[in-house]
Design a binder for this molecule. Structure first.
Ligand SMILES: *Cc1c(COP(=O)(O)O)cnc(C)c1O
Length: 366
């Protein structure tokens, strides 16, 4: 069988190994594998299975629909969802054994009304996003203790999320978290799970590991730090994005390439057409900048990335229709990395992998 036209090939063994490697580094903590956003574009269900194989104890997602999809696939591991729209279907989540992150007094009432529910209170310790604000925390803790006494909820955890603005900022958030944990206990709560750190915090701020860490990016083999590669962290990128060359043509010097002619050939040359475009998640910012590997050589994209395709000027290299063009993968295999793409597109590797579109076939190897 020929390779898919456009393919994101995911190495599930790499995900399991990355979890194992990260787990060894945060030995005292329980690991929640974060598989939101379709497992960062890798496929939530296969990624969840691989992470559990690698020793993850929990799974985390943003919303209830994502959590229900995992349950529908037969995944029974402890599972937390923490971002809810007004009127979210808490009853279905509770029935499916999904634990609910609760970020406000109003949400606590909604969840309790749909309960009995297992909840984890999400605190805003400084990120300024989702979570119970410090001023409200004591009242929410008291109300949660009452609702727990009434059997409407059980407060299983207390958590927050770091800004990664600086070590000092993260340390300040940790201090706020510890104060609030004490306040929660004083209000009569006894949360079994306390967690603050995602991949960056788990690796760079040991004090923030607490009882559990929520690892997303790292389990996919990518580094959250711009100054430390995945290889240096002992992680292996799990995704390789490629497409087959759809057309090859010889053109003369001076040939304009793609919309707006932002690239012109310098000499007679061969142009290879790669059938991936911004509709497939290739950022338009990659135009004339991002690297692509064909037959072991790395080139730059020539001209603008279009909706469905882009062009590579391969010079006199013997490139044929059907050859594989690799956009990114494991740099140890001599191909560009998602980090190279992030740098070329002025963004972060998270965005590079999560934006891959529906036309791209996800394939798996173990
Ligand atoms: C996405 C997310 C994570 C995982 O973050 P990474 O940087 O990918 O490890 C952890 N916790 C929360 C609340 C998140 O939203």
């Amino acid at each position: 069988m020929s390779a898919p036209f456009r393919e994101a090939l995911v190495d599930l063994g790499a995900i399991a190994e990355n979890v194992r490697a990260l787990r060894a580094r945060v030995a005292t903590s329980t690991v929640m594998a974060v598989v939101k956003a379709d497992g960062y574009g890798h496929g939530a269900i296969p990624a969840a299975h691989a992470a559990l194989d690698g020793g993850a104890n929990w799974l985390g997602v943003a919303d209830i629909a994502e959590a229900l999809r995992l349950r529908d696939a037969g995944i029974t591991a402890p599972l937390l969802a923490w971002l809810h729209a007004p009127g979210a279907d808490f009853a279905s989540a509770i029935e499916a054994g999904i634990e609910l992150g609760v970020s406000s007094a109003a949400q606590l009432e909604e969840v309790a009304a749909a309960g009995p529910a297992a909840v984890q209170l999400k605190l805003d310790t400084g990120l300024g996003r989702n979570g119970i604000q410090s001023d409200d925390a004591e009242a929410v803790f008291r109300r949660a203790a009452d609702l727990q006494h009434l059997g409407r909820i059980r407060v299983r955890g207390l958590f927050s999320h770091l800004s990664n603005a600086s070590v000092d900022d993260d340390t300040a958030q940790l201090a706020v978290f510890e104060q609030q944990l004490a306040a929660a206990r004083a209000a009569g709560l006894d949360p079994e799970f306390t967690h603050l750190a995602a991949t960056a915090g788990a690796l760079s701020l040991p004090a923030a590991r607490l009882g559990m860490v929520r690892l997303g990016l790292g389990i996919y083999g990518l580094s959250p730090f711009t100054d430390t590669t995945s290889t240096a962290l002992g992680l292996r990128p799990a995704m390789r994005l490629s497409a087959v060359v759809a057309s090859v043509k010889r053109v003369p010097a001076g040939q304009g390439v793609s919309y707006g002619y932002t690239f012109r050939t310098a000499a007679p040359t061969t142009l290879a057409l790669v059938p991936l475009g911004y509709a497939d998640g290739v950022p338009r910012h990659a135009s004339n900048r991002a690297p692509v590997s064909i037959n072991g050589h790395t080139y730059r994209i020539a001209g603008r990335v279009a909706m469905d395709q882009f062009v590579v000027d391969v010079g006199d290299a013997p490139v044929s229709v059907g050859d594989a063009a690799v956009l990114f993968g494991d740099p140890a295999e001599g191909v560009p990395s998602a980090d190279d793409w992030a740098a070329a597109c002025d963004t972060i590797n998270y965005e590079i992998v999560t934006r891959i579109g529906a036309r791209v076939t996800r394939s798996y190897r173990s």
